[in-house]
Ligand binder design. Structure first.
Ligand code: OAD
Length: 239
């Protein structure tokens, strides 16, 4: 591992928001434990039963609206403010806790809970209110085509050109709180490593296929990430 970095890329998953009280997807009582992915997170499900899918995401909104960023989110913001490198955040999370932590350079590759996208004209609507199959697009005025701006299984991820560029050019890749079972995000570490980045993983436990990481830090991200950030910052003040 190098002593200092010029371009740092974080990949965050549901685990970074766990200490903010939000359920992860695959834990006991996780979101996918109570729902069939095929019913609420596939494009087929949305076309078959849009109301059911809208209800699922509408019901999540109040909790995500009220959630507050935790020490792990804030540590990344601190790094962005105080460390002399370009720091980017690729997040799989549809919550807005990185934004609430006042981070910048955030790429929501799986979409955002507070957005809907018109399947007719592509217009993105920002709203914490309910979206239904009767919502009218403010741009093209067509009703019933507003889909939650969540990337469903079977759809392309967002911002992938930018993500590829970041993975190829970063010198440090940091994965935080993701089980790395959903592709392509699961393989981002491989790309970053291939192009020469140091790679480090923060998780409660060891994830599978984790051999592309130079280092694993186990524990709660709210405890481990601030220490890591302080360690990087101390090396700047030493030099
Ligand atoms: P998962 O629920 O699959 O994994 C969460 C990971 O966070 C697990 O590996 C936990 O061990 C870890 N974890 C939990 N609490 C933690 C803590 N306090 N500190 C550090 N790590 C912790 O969630 P994701 O990997 O984000 O997609 O799931 C990826 C995608 O699967 C989601 O974006 C979602 C889902 O299908 C969409 O909705 C499009």
């Amino acid at each position: 591992m190098r002593d200092s970095y010029k371009k740092i890329v974080f990949l965050t998953g549901a685990g970074i928001s766990a200490e903010s009280g939000l359920a992860t997807f695959r834990s006991e009582n996780g979101l996918w434990n109570n729902h069939r992915v095929e019913d609420v997170a596939t494009i087929e499900a949305y076309y078959k039963n849009p109301d059911y899918v809208h209800d699922f995401y509408n019901e999540m909104k109040p909790e995500l609206w009220n959630a507050k960023p935790n020490k792990a989110h804030l540590a990344i913001t601190k790094l962005q403010k105080e460390y002399p490198a370009d720091v980017h955040i690729i997040t799989q999370n549809v919550d807005t806790l990185h934004e609430k932590a006042k981070s910048k350079n955030i790429y929501h590759i799986h979409g955002q809970i507070n957005q809907a996208v018109c399947m007719n004209c592509g217009q993105v609507l920002e709203t914490w209110g309910d979206v239904t199959s009767e919502t009218v697009c403010k741009n093209c005025q067509v009703m019933g085509m507003m889909k939650p701006n969540i990337v469903f299984f079977g759809e392309n991820l967002l911002y992938m050109d930018k993500v590829e560029e970041l993975l190829r050019s970063c010198d440090l890749f940091v994965s935080v709180g993701t089980s790395r079972v959903v592709f392509p995000a699961a393989s981002f570490v491989q790309t970053a490593k291939y192009y020469g980045a140091d790679t480090i993983e923060f998780n409660l436990e060891a994830t599978s296929n984790n051999f592309y990481f130079d280092k694993h830090v186990m524990g709660k991200a709210g405890e481990t990430l601030p220490k890591f950030v302080d360690g990087l910052l101390s090396k700047v003040s030493d030099s």
